[in-house]
Design a protein. Sequence first.
Length: 373
Amino acid sequence: MIDLTKYSIAGVEDLNSPGLVLFQDALEHNLAESIRLCGGPDRWRPHVKTHKTREIVRRQLELGVTKHKCATIAEAEMLAQEQAPEVLIAYQLVGPNVQRLVKLIDLFPRTRFATVVDHPDAASHLGQALNERGREVEVLLDLNSGMDRTGIPLNQQALELYELISTTPGLRPGGLHWYDGHQRDPDPRQRRLSVMQGWEQFIGFRDRLLLNGFEVPRIVAAGSGSFAIIAETEEPGLELSPGTTTLYDVDYLERFPDMNFRPAVAILTRVVSHSGGNRMTLDVGHKSCAADQPAGKRLYFPALPDAREMHHTEEHLVLETADAKNYSIGDSLLAFPRHVCPTMHVHQSAAIISAGTQIATWPITARDRRLTI
Ligand SMILES: Cc1ncc(COP(=O)(O)O)c(C=O)c1O
């Protein structure tokens, strides 16, 4: 496993805290490893929600990645501003977001947009909005992989919904969406069995569509836990969509011992209060890191492997550690988030660290819900 105590920053006294630091060497390693495991840049459709930054999109484009996935209209707009050729909004659009997609299509003719549906009402509404404007959008059928979040089960209704997509003016059937984000078994063999069990059912459904005369031009599938397994199959039109592998985090590092990714993002924090005992208080409250994990399990401090997160409030974290005596007010520490994606989202920018020093600052552009549309 990667040694996180080796991550260091020269000139750390000039960096604000709490603040995001992004280690470029780890990012580059993760981009190369993601592409390798996908089997080439043309089979990777990275989810932008992990980093939400233009600069990483640009780097992915340079590396030959032309297909991207996102969840929000703001992320889609940022991708289109960067002239990403193909953008899939993997989120069923309802309410004003339907018209926002129509605007995106109007404003960015160089980008081909696509989206997903799992319900006939959403398909009809979307088709109507696009058709009224004389436009068409590619639509993937979102299937329930067993994650039970979104997606229609693999049944007759799913077949009928694909038919509806195929016959609704304004919509163009693009294929299938299969996100199996629940596949997180730490035992690589068990995970493989479980991923492939789901995948065989999925392929059975895809084959049923083909037998019924439908075309399935693309399959957008998988997250970080399953993509390397599914990538070994040679299905036509297959695109793998892990997002977290771009930056990686401590949760996945501990959960997937079989993977060779490196956490690329940490939060720089400082001691702001010290009782003199084995407790000290840092400025990394839950407004500066992801708080979706249970309290006590949100951060990892490589310099303090015994540290316990005792009390987490908006701007403070009380740590208990035998090493507290070695720290003074103002001393800095690196805290690695257990969940990187929502951690990026709560910061305005990240300091980019290359070979141990800051070389740039990148804004987290698509943390905003709205850019211009
Ligand atoms: C629809 C969809 N696709 C892909 C991903 C990326 O998965 P991961 O974060 O495991 O890489 C996510 C993550 O939430 C997702 O919701």
